[in-house]
Design a protein around this ligand. Structure first.
Ligand SMILES: Cc1cc2nc3c(=O)[nH]c(=O)nc-3n(C[C@H](O)[C@H](O)[C@H](O)COP(=O)(O)O)c2cc1C
Length: 211
């Protein structure tokens, strides 16, 4: 139970201390937790755009994030975007990475490659995109939990205009569609009404059924 303290400490921060940037190590930790996140078939079919406090894009994020204060006050915004259409080329690159890391002959992976390509072909483009969106949420969870363990405050954010963000960052042209945003920084407990409120969760009795 001790190890759950960081999950009790974290909350979805509404107000961050402005001008309180994450350290380089903080950012590296978040990026690495995203990179190490497990994904279906290992394909990692998403990408993350990172906006620091000095990014030229921060001002535009205000309206895209519906004027939520985190858009301006948080140190960083990590924009998760799902890959729109995973191709056979992506599967090939993944197999090459596997062969390199595991010092395997790539031909040993032929069956795996065929299986993955078959799986992808059986889905519509929309289904593949939904599948990629799901992967981003796993990474969002990993990043939030790891950030909390390191004492970094975060907010998972869906309250933004996806289409506007896609257009602003030209994500569709790059083959991606925005999924979810992770804001990070340092909580401003004095100004955040959420800072000291107890957590609201269903009880284990309601949530779990042992069968
Ligand atoms: C996917 C997702 C999207 C969310 N979007 C927003 C958001 O846009 N703005 C916000 O202030 N909080 C947002 N939240 C925060 C939730 O309201 C919050 O996590 C939930 O009420 C549980 O509270 P806690 O995280 O403080 O424990 C989001 C949470 C999740 C998981």
């Amino acid at each position: 139970m001790e190890s759950l303290q960081h999950l009790k400490w974290r909350y979805a921060v509404k107000r961050y201390k402005p001008n309180t940037p994450l350290t380089t190590d903080n950012v590296k930790l978040i990026l690495e937790s995203i990179r190490l996140t497990p994904t279906s078939l290992g394909l990692q079919s998403f990408k993350v755009w990172v906006m620091g406090p000095d990014s030229e894009h921060r001002e535009a994020m205000k309206s895209i994030l519906n004027n939520q204060p985190q858009s301006i006050e948080a140190s960083h915004l990590f924009i998760f975007a799902a890959q729109i259409n995973i191709s056979e080329e992506d599967v090939k690159l993944h197999a090459e990475r596997m062969a390199t890391e595991r010092k395997q002959d790539i031909r040993e992976l032929d069956k795996f490659v065929q299986g993955v390509n078959g799986f992808l072909k059986n889905q519509s483009e929309e289904e593949r995109l939904m599948w990629s969106h799901k992967q981003t949420y796993i990474a969002l969870g990993f990043a939030m939990a790891e950030a909390a363990r390191a004492g970094i405050d975060t907010t998972p954010m869906e309250g933004f205009r996806n289409n506007d963000l896609d257009a602003y960052l030209k994500l569709n042209e790059k083959g991606f569609a925005s999924s979810v945003i992770l804001a990070a920084g340092q909580r401003d407990s004095d100004n955040d009404f959420l800072a000291n409120l107890p957590k609201v969760r269903k009880s284990q009795d309601i949530m779990f059924e042992f069968i």
